[in-house]
Each structure stands twice: as C-alpha cells, then as structure tokens.
Design a protein. Structure first.
Length: 313
C-alpha cells in the first residue's frame, strides 16, 4: 500500500466517523454543554493514552514542556485554540438539536470562508476577485441548503430553526478562529495540540455541564464515551496521520465525505430527507469550498496587461 493510498484510507475513515457524530450527540440525550464537557473528558483520556504510548508526552516540568514545544507563544496559542474549538463544538451540537444533523453539518462547512474573511480583517490578507466570487457562490448555496423560506421567516417553520442556523454559522466562525490560532503554532505535534484542546474544555465547561442530570442518562453514557474515544481520539489520530501523507488537493476533496455521510446518516436513522432545493445548494457550497481551498480561478473578465504599445485612435 502506497503512502497516498494509506493516507486516503485514513482520511476517508476519519471523515466517515465525523459524519456519524450527530447521531451520538442526539442519542446521548444530554444538552450541548454537557455533551461537549464529557467529550473533552473522554477525548482527553483517549488522546492522552495515545500520546503517552507514542512517547509524545514529557515530564510535567519546564524542561518537559520545552521538549514538547509547549512554552511561551505556542502554549498560549494552543490554549486559545482550545477555547475556540470547544465553543465551536457547543454551537455545532446546539445547531444539530435545533435543525437536523444534515443541515447543521452542511452549513457548518462554510468554515473556509470565515478563514478568508478573518485573514483579511486581522492580518490584512488581500481578498481577490476570485475569492469574492467563490464567497458569493457559497452564500447562494447556503441559502438553498438552509431551507429558509417564508414559513421559517414568519415563525411558521420548526421552532428555533433560524437560531439553529445561526448556531451552525457561529460554530464555523469559532472553528475558523481556532484554525488561525493553531496555524501559528510551530514545533508541537498536532496530537498534543488536540490533547491540550480537550484538557482546556474540562475546566472551561465544568460550570455549565449538568452533572446532576447526567446521572440519569443511562445508555447515553455509552454515546458520550463514544464521542470522546471515537470522534475525538480515533478520529483525530487518523486525520492527523493522513494530513502528513496527502497533498492539499486530495485533502480538500476527501473532507466532503463528512457532510455526505452526515446527510446519509440523518436520512437513514431519523428520516430527515434533504429536499430538492437543498440538494441544489450542496454542489455550490462544495465547489466554492474547493475553489477557495485550492486557489482556483473563476472565469471572470480580467483587465488585459499592457503589452508595451499604445493602440492608435
């Protein structure tokens, strides 16, 4: 098996696992804050054991932290990224409860456009005409997929549906903030960064988690443990391993296994079939996301370069 083939199999598996995340959230029966709290607890345990087995963790001392690269700026960015990623999970899980697994997941995949916009606002990165065009296309796809119509806007739709769409967009925004923070970390293994993120979430969400109510979850505990061990531990291990083996072009394409599986799972388990209008929006978001991620150019009219002569009038 070649390196690319192995990486493709790993990332496809990781994205397929991600696509079932919504089922675990719904079946746990807990509120979003409690779900994320226990995802952090079980996820930190799974990632901690993996990092320990691979020798990624050092003694809890100044020298140990330096050996892992977790000092100064890197440590601060890892913690900040953890805050963003944890609230990204909270808003995503809230969106799933208010809308559906499929709609929340697709809307959530507007993350790359937030990265572009935040890069322009915070770091003065130039937004080209092509990126602007892709943003417009993605917005059109988002409107179609969200299913916003007169009934939803006038309150005749499902209760909290618009709030759910807003939560999905906020989740994508927090993910973009986390991405910008993590991209500036150097010399730290991604698995250690993921472990730090999970550890940050435990004290951060403890005041909001319903620990008393969680005692009555019953079978919900198995779903919570699965979110931590499978969707945080195993998924991140596979995903980061694949990232080291694959070019950006293949990663950008395979990431869409996630929303595809989420839509299929939502239909198979809960009977939430996607409408024709929503189906029309999916390729728009997919194409726009790939266009931004891979830097593709749109067929836009462009100014001709001066060839060094002046046309006679």
């Amino acid at each position: 098996m070649t390196t690319h083939t192995k990486g493709t199999a790993e990332l496809t598996t990781a994205m397929a696992i991600s696509g079932t995340l919504g089922i675990f959230v719904v079946e746990s029966g807990a509120d979003p804050f409690t779900v994320v709290f226990f995802r952090c607890v079980f996820g930190a345990l799974a990632l901690g054991l993996y990092c320990l087995a691979r020798g990624y963790l050092k003694a809890p001392s100044a020298e140990g932290l330096r050996a892992m690269g977790l000092t100064g700026k890197a440590a601060g960015l890892a913690v900040l990224g953890g805050v963003f990623i944890v609230f990204n999970w909270v808003f995503l899980f809230d969106a799933i409860e208010r809308t559906s697994i499929g709609v929340a997941t697709v809307v959530y995949h507007t993350q790359p456009f937030y990265v572009v916009l935040l890069g322009a606002l915070l770091f003065r990165e130039r937004i080209t005409a092509d990126k602007t065009g892709w943003l417009v296309i993605a917005f059109g796809g988002l409107v179609l997929v969200s299913g916003i119509g007169p009934s939803a806007l006038t309150g005749g739709g499902r209760d909290g549906y618009l709030l759910g769409l807003g939560a999905a967009l906020l989740a994508a925004l927090f993910y973009a903030f986390a991405t910008l923070a993590i991209k500036r970390i150097e010399g730290v293994r991604p698995h250690v960064i993921a472990l730090v993120q999970a550890l940050v979430g435990i004290p951060l969400l403890l005041p909001f988690a319903d620990l008393a109510g969680s005692a009555d979850l019953g079978a919900g505990w198995a779903w919570l443990a699965g979110l931590g061990a499978i969707h945080t531990g195993l998924m991140y291990i596979l995903m980061y391993s694949a990232y080291q083996k694959l070019p950006l072009q293949r990663i950008a394409v395979l990431i869409f296994v996630y929303p595809a599986v989420a839509l299929l799972a939502d239909w198979a388990v809960y009977g939430h079939a996607i409408t024709l209008t929503q189906l029309l929006g999916l390729p728009l978001i997919a194409a726009a996301t790939l266009g931004v991620t891979l830097g593709r150019r749109l067929p836009l009219p462009r100014a001709r370069k001066n060839k060094g002569y002046v046309k006679a009038c």
